[in-house]
Design a protein around this ligand. Sequence first.
Ligand SMILES: *Cc1c(COP(=O)(O)O)cnc(C)c1O
Length: 366
Amino acid sequence: MKLAIPENIETLIPYPPGKPLEELEREYGISGSIKLASNENALGPSPKALAAIAEALPKLHRYPDGSCYYLANRLAERLGVDPGELVFGNGSNEIIELLVSTFLSPGEEVITSHPTFLVYQKMVQAQGGVNRVVPLKDLRHDLDGIAALVTEKTRLIFLDNPNNPTGTVFTAEEFAAFLAKVPETVIVVLDEAYLDFVDPDRRIDARAFLQHATPVVALRTFSKAYGIAGLRVGYGLMRKEIAGYLHRLRQPFNVNSLAQVAALACLDDEEHYGKTMAMTRDGMAWLHREIARLGCRPLGSQANFFLVDVGVKGKLLYEKLLRRGVIVRPMDAYGFPDHIRITVGLPEENQRLVKALAEALPELRG
Ligand SMILES: *Cc1c(COP(=O)(O)O)cnc(C)c1O
């Protein structure tokens, strides 16, 4: 075999392939381990979603509804937008990919922060685009720094708000001031994967910016607060013209039928949603208190996860926790070697994490 691999593909780094939980347990000789690493909903999926899936199973021989008709209409009604302003994807990850492949030509530029969600830069590189990267300032997006980096070649700006991994947010006023500096030729993507967890008075209402001269696309997902990450469904909220271009490119059946009925059912399960919010709020407060008591520094967060400055090598601590059946995210790949990222879990999971930390930390502090 003699393939000419494009340079931009050759230098891509695959997503860390992480072994299945079951394999890890076998290797480490443990069982009943808990995963607090991927910002999922520890409560599990909504029972209403499970019931909707069971009902849809006999129709699995049929292709899904390529327009996500019922989901689009229900969600549009709920958000007070036009269904034509919504584009659904196989996770909001697919919308990120679609935005990049639709609006970016090789050699053109995209601005992101560092650290941020790793998918943006990967898609840009895959498309032969140029990543311009602005370091976070005091753990927050440096909106002035980003605006200053815009050139004629800039096509997209990705801002996750809250930012992953820091959990920080910017305000609507800061966002408006930022947009005023960005030309109309650039699409500003506001990734709101964790919007549900943000204090209500600190949320940005993306709908208020949809008609801004500088186009804004908001991304949302059913993977986090709604607890169906395994089904892969997310969406973008954008003006119709932009949606129209994404529809030209997207695969006709990009959202599977079980994901569609489950997402629809989730929207109506206020009980599960309320429990999720309470679990996250209470768990966050409890974990912050307990972890500070262990001599670490937990950082404030508007999401369902938070960073902890552990004062030792995060990667080593991660391994020690793993041996105790607790999986967190080391942050060296994000440029925070002394931090770990923790997703808020069930109360008993949080307790187990704190116990494992109390055992592991002294071993590393020596
Ligand atoms: C988890 C996450 C997403 C969600 O991706 P899906 O493809 O919808 O599961 C998007 N953006 C950020 C910043 C995330 O952390």
